[in-house]
Write a protein that binds this ligand. Sequence first.
Ligand SMILES: O=C(O)CCC(=O)C(=O)O
Length: 183
Amino acid sequence: MLFVKAPGKQGQSWHQDEYFIPTRDKSLVGAWIAIDDATVDNGCLWIIPGSHKPGSIKPRIKNNNSDYADLETLDISKYSEDNIIPVEVKKGTVIFFNGYVFHSSLQNKTSNKFRTALVNHYMSAESMLPWDQDGKLPSTEDLRDIIMVCGADPYAHKPIVDVNKPYLRQASVKSKLDGNYDY
Ligand SMILES: O=C(O)CCC(=O)C(=O)O
């Protein structure tokens, strides 16, 4: 996933990746690669360290924060402010995070700085992946649109498919094409 957060663009509300990408064997890991410097001002990641430890998917509630583009979010009220930390990093940094960890990112408040990040998700090849891409794809017990990065594929008897198609978020593209941004 490529997150091209243009100046003014909203961020992602609090979520656990495992909610959206269901591996359910607790092997999901996000590798979040900063392509631009990520700061509080341009909408870096925020995380709640340790929030993955219960190892369960928490209920989602209505989002009322206009910093976030999403309609839902996680209830973070039981965490104190000290437990909610921004992850400011230089471009080129990779942040690895567990699929159950609470994370979010705020709106890009700058007038001229993009905050671009590339996120690759890794999981154990032994887990099935009943992922419908938020309803874009038909339900399946195991979405085999995967790339093996090491080891042997335990499900090699099933075909690999190519059904995930790239799509662009129009707001980011338009902003980038408008120019006058420092990225
Ligand atoms: O980069 C962002 O703004 C959000 C990234 C994110 O939520 C994710 O990688 O799951």
